[in-house]
Design a protein. Structure first.
Length: 338
């Protein structure tokens, strides 16, 4: 129904406006008596064989929603009704910020892709916490970043602020240094500053009564040498794992007119590269840490391919927009088929 009826209508309008409209629509219909139960009955696949224990957390199924969709933790309870095993909110920054000037979100229909240059637009970590207090049992990841105005040499303090603020309200953390849409942010992926940042957070984490998993989200544009550095950093700092991958700045093989737009590319063009990164990290690290696979998952087979490449869990974003909630169900059913 989504691909035949809803998507053609939604895709006629500006993608950012459609995003907010869809949020309002889902929130509205979820308040109608019995609707949430009907949505769950249609999309949720419950089976003990889908459960996964990864970095000390129990996931009811391995299919999650990637960061960027519910940036401000406004819809995580309702979105979980579509069958997600976990929801990652953010990227959140210490202070609210508007992000980059509009227009900043572009569909590449012929490529089944999206380019975004949102720029960490969010209402700030404190506003998100007010909504996270209403969590109805959803497993939540907190994706954290730095404010645009914070220079890189002071970036660690922004991540610490977000970590401390969110600690009681999320189940795991994701350090985002790989978005291409905040000036100079990707420089923090270099070995020395990244090690310092992650070690600072991990040291803080270890002072808590119960440490929470910290993951690193990396770009698909890293070289093999840089990926080997990532493995060294993960092992040295003893963070919980890696999310591979964020959006790409590559435009190879695109046919859409919008390919000239600046920003991070997500969707089908990323399928192969993200899987390559997952496999490289898994093999070269001897599977020494868990990987969450994300990037170009548009079919159940795409998800299985990432799991077979070494991912413990997968996340959807652009595939969810193009294929709809049926994709979550299809992946979970395919996993059960073995």
């Amino acid at each position: 129904m989504y691909k035949l009826l809803l998507r053609p209508i939604l895709f006629c309008f500006d993608p950012e406006k459609v995003h907010y409209f869809t949020f309002s629509l889902v929130r509205f219909i979820s308040k109608i008596p019995f609707v949430a139960s009907i949505i769950k009955a249609i999309y949720v696949v419950e089976d003990k064989r889908l459960e996964r224990e990864v970095f000390g957390l129990k996931f009811k199924n391995p299919v999650g929603l990637a960061a960027g969709f519910d940036k401000d933790a406004k819809l995580f309870n309702e979105l979980s009704d579509f069958g997600f095993g976990f929801i990652e909110i953010g990227t959140l920054t210490p202070k609210p910020q508007d992000g980059n000037p509009k227009k900043r979100l572009f569909r590449l229909k012929s490529d089944s892709a999206i380019i975004n240059r949102m720029g960490f637009n969010n209402g700030g970590v404190e506003a998100a916490i007010l909504r996270l207090k209403q969590n109805n049992g959803v497993l939540i990841g907190g994706n954290i970043g730095k404010n645009k105005v914070t220079p890189n040499e002071e970036a660690t303090s922004d991540y610490v602020i977000c970590f401390e603020a969110l600690y009681d309200y999320v189940d795991y953390f994701v350090v985002n240094v790989s978005s291409p849409n905040t000036p100079n942010l990707r420089e923090l992926q270099e070995k020395e500053p990244l090690t310092k940042l992650l070690q600072t957070l991990q040291d803080l984490n270890n002072t808590k009564v119960k440490a929470k998993p910290i993951l690193l989200k990396i770009a698909p544009d890293l070289t093999n040498e840089q990926l080997l550095d990532i493995i060294d950093i993960v092992n040295e700092t003893k963070i919980a794992g890696v999310i591979a991958t964020n959006t790409t700045i590559s435009r190879d093989g695109l046919t859409s007119e919008n390919k000239v737009e600046m920003g991070g590319l997500s969707g089908k063009p990323l399928t192969k590269r993200s899987t390559e990164v997952i496999r490289f990290l898994s093999e070269k690290s001897n599977k020494s840490f868990p990987i969450i696979g994300v990037g170009g998952i548009h079919t159940a087979d795409d998800a299985i391919e990432k799991l077979n490449a070494g991912a413990s869990l997968v996340q959807l974003y652009t595939g969810f927009i193009y294929e709809g909630p049926q994709l979550i169900k299809n992946i979970n059913k395919k996993i059960l088929q073995g």
